[in-house]
Design a protein. Structure first.
Length: 474
């Protein structure tokens, strides 16, 4: 095998097909000549950062694959997880749309949230471009699988929104360099539009994200990057970010180059994310290409070694005038999500359904629930476990006007009051996982109550009962 900075053969977990969305121009290497992203160190892309990929190599990863078989790695790996979105598997009791909710979780937040005006995590009807036609969709039908891809659509209604997807299985890099792969239509029009974002968090807290106006849902410990750099018909990495004990930081990184933009119904961009205790590298291809090259890297002290990965659709008031092509109503397509490494367990999580209260003037729905000093009662159905979990949480997002965490209890048990763990910023979305004991959880329907020790009240959304390591990896 040649060295990692020379040409290697692509390892794939299954047979290739003649589908038009698969990478083309195999073996070619396309170097970026775009200007570097302002505010970060950059260096010109050279052939030392390139890897020619092929789908016909003798080096194959471990056959111990998960789900479908289309995930592509530049070297042979021990497969831990792979999802190629072969067919819809909806469960109407969850927020996951067409995704298999035993494997995937979905959460949504929008800063169109002011309960005094009836805005309770409002989500506008979006245009989903894919599956053969344009469709008008609201949650959970804004996440659809067809033609071997996952399509998701967001209309931000002038707010800052997050639609976040994650597999309920941990990615572990302890003592090694681990690799995550995914394909996406990376076509952001810039930092005031819509873009894909990657996160890796130590807890499965809903809709984790970096910082923007009215959004500070910082996981306890995490690493992430956005794909919204470069200009014109190219894109790249604009930020790398971490959180440590809920403290957010944008970290120094080096931008190596840019890639041409993908399309939801055309060629996708393939990404390979390599993470270790001291380094993060992002490798990617031009749309529809197999020429993988490094586009950004950072030397850092990684704040975690095990956690769940998140694929996110982020909007920043993406139709605001003067910021390029409007993308406030936009579709991203994803495919072939996988990672390597050990397979210690899978979590089981159980959704409280979104409120889905119609908002006629918006043509959409309110997803959240208003909470004040009077307790409200919600329910998570079909709770079960295959083995005794190692930890249990109630996880949720909320939008505080005061630095107060909602109190929560499960099935009439003790109230759990959580000290405020963040900085003093309010009027923003936050995310948290409140520990509970296993004795508070029961099989079947579980009742979750919230109350809020402040007269202003708040909104909660994306509520889950989470059982860590409650099942094995099939």
């Amino acid at each position: 095998m040649l060295s990692g900075l020379a040409a290697v053969v692509l390892a794939t977990t299954g047979c290739s097909s003649d589908r038009s969305d698969l990478p083309r121009n195999a073996g070619s290497t396309v170097e970026s000549t775009a200007a570097p992203t302002p505010g970060v160190t950059s260096e010109s892309s050279t052939t030392s950062h390139s890897t020619a990929l092929s789908t016909s190599g003798s080096a194959a990863p471990d056959a111990n694959r998960r789900k479908d078989a289309g995930c592509q790695f530049s070297t042979a790996v021990t497969m831990a997880f792979c999802e190629s979105f072969g067919a819809p598997d909806p469960n109407p009791k969850t927020r996951s749309g067409d995704l298999d909710a035993t494997v995937w979780g979905v959460s949504r937040t929008n800063t169109v949230t002011n309960w005094t005006q009836g805005e309770i995590n409002q989500w506008k009807t979006a245009t989903l471009s894919g599956c053969g036609k344009d469709q008008q969709v609201t949650p959970p039908h804004d996440v659809q699988i067809c033609d071997g891809r996952l399509f998701e659509a967001v209309a931000d209604s002038g707010g800052q929104s997050t639609l976040a997807l994650y597999p309920k299985q941990p990615f572990d890099i302890a003592g090694r360099t681990g690799t995550v792969v995914f394909d996406v239509s990376a076509d952001s029009a810039g930092v005031h539009n819509a873009w894909p974002e990657f996160w890796w968090t130590d807890q499965p807290v809903p809709a984790p994200h970096g910082h923007q106006s009215a959004q500070s849902p910082f996981a306890a410990n995490s690493f992430g990057f956005d794909i919204t750099g470069c200009d014109g018909d190219q894109t790249g990495i604009n930020k790398m970010m971490t959180t440590r004990n809920h403290v957010y930081e944008e970290i120094p990184f080096t931008a190596v180059g840019c890639i041409t933009k993908g399309s939801p119904t055309g060629g996708l961009n393939h990404f390979e994310v390599r993470l270790s205790a001291g380094r993060a590298e992002v490798w990617a291809t031009d749309a529809g290409s197999t020429a993988l090259r490094m586009i950004a890297y950072a030397d850092l002290t990684m704040p975690l070694t095990r956690g769940v990965i998140w694929l996110e659709d982020i909007h920043y008031n993406a139709c605001k005038e003067g910021f390029g092509t409007p993308q406030c109503d936009h579709t991203f397509a994803w495919d072939n999500v996988g990672f390597d490494g050990p397979t210690p367990y899978r979590d089981l999580t159980f959704d409280v359904q979104d409120a889905l209260d119609p908002v006629s003037e918006l043509g959409g729905v309110n997803l959240g629930y208003f909470v004040d000093r009077t307790a409200i009662s919600l329910s998570a159905p079909d709770v079960h476990w295959d083995q005794v979990p190692t930890k249990q949480f109630v996880a949720f997002n909320w939008f505080p006007w005061q630095p107060v965490v909602p109190s929560v209890r499960v099935n009439g048990g003790p109230w759990h009051d959580t000290p405020w763990p963040f900085d003093d910023e309010t009027y923003v979305w936050r995310t948290i996982a409140v520990p509970i004991s296993f004795s508070e959880v029961k099989s079947g329907k579980n009742t979750i109550e919230f109350k809020y020790a402040n007269d202003d009240g708040t909104v909660v959304s994306n509520v889950d009962v989470i059982l860590i390591a409650a099942t094995t990896v099939p």
